[in-house]
Design a protein around this ligand. Structure first.
Ligand code: 5GP
Length: 137
């Protein structure tokens, strides 16, 4: 694997560029997607430098998935939704655009999903939502 340390999520992890963070621990970080496919679209990433699901050791994956569980729960209680989509793309051939492993958590029904990475959301709304989600995590 040839991990690109200049990818946008590596920069967010280093603090080189800002993000609306909702949760962080030693292994993982969760933050809002700025081109949401539904209101509340959140990303969970491992701190480990992995491009796809095939590149992460089990210990890091387990901790990252525990964060995924916490965030799904927070999205359900904050947004009052019953269902949350989890999506994860491996490789450009699958449509992955940022080469750092990430789990999309999208609180909507599959039929309501907006286009992937299509347009920037309302940043004030995303920020306000991130504060609500962070408050329960
Ligand atoms: P992928 O296509 O790799 O599965 O998903 C990448 C996701 O990252 C997309 O949903 C896109 O909206 C999101 N994204 C791209 N650039 C940025 C950014 O600078 N900040 C945040 N928070 N999300 C981003």
């Amino acid at each position: 694997m040839n991990y690109d340390t200049d990818n946008i999520f590596a920069k967010i992890l280093r603090g080189d560029i800002p993000a609306f963070k909702v949760y962080e621990d030693d292994y993982s970080l969760a933050f809002m997607d700025i081109m949401p496919q539904a209101e509340g679209h959140t990303l969970v990433i491992p701190k480990f430098e992995a491009e796809t699901l095939l590149d992460i050791p089990a210990e890091h994956l387990i901790h990252t998935m525990t964060t995924v569980q916490k965030v799904i729960s927070a999205l359900k209680s904050t947004l009052g939704v019953e269902g949350v989509i989890m999506m994860q793309l491996n490789g450009q051939a699958a449509g992955q655009t940022v080469p750092h492993l990430h789990f999309h958590l999208i609180p909507t029904h599959l039929s309501q999903l907006q286009r992937h990475g299509a347009e920037q959301g309302d940043m004030a709304k995303i920020k306000a939502l991130s504060e609500k989600i962070r408050a329960v995590l």
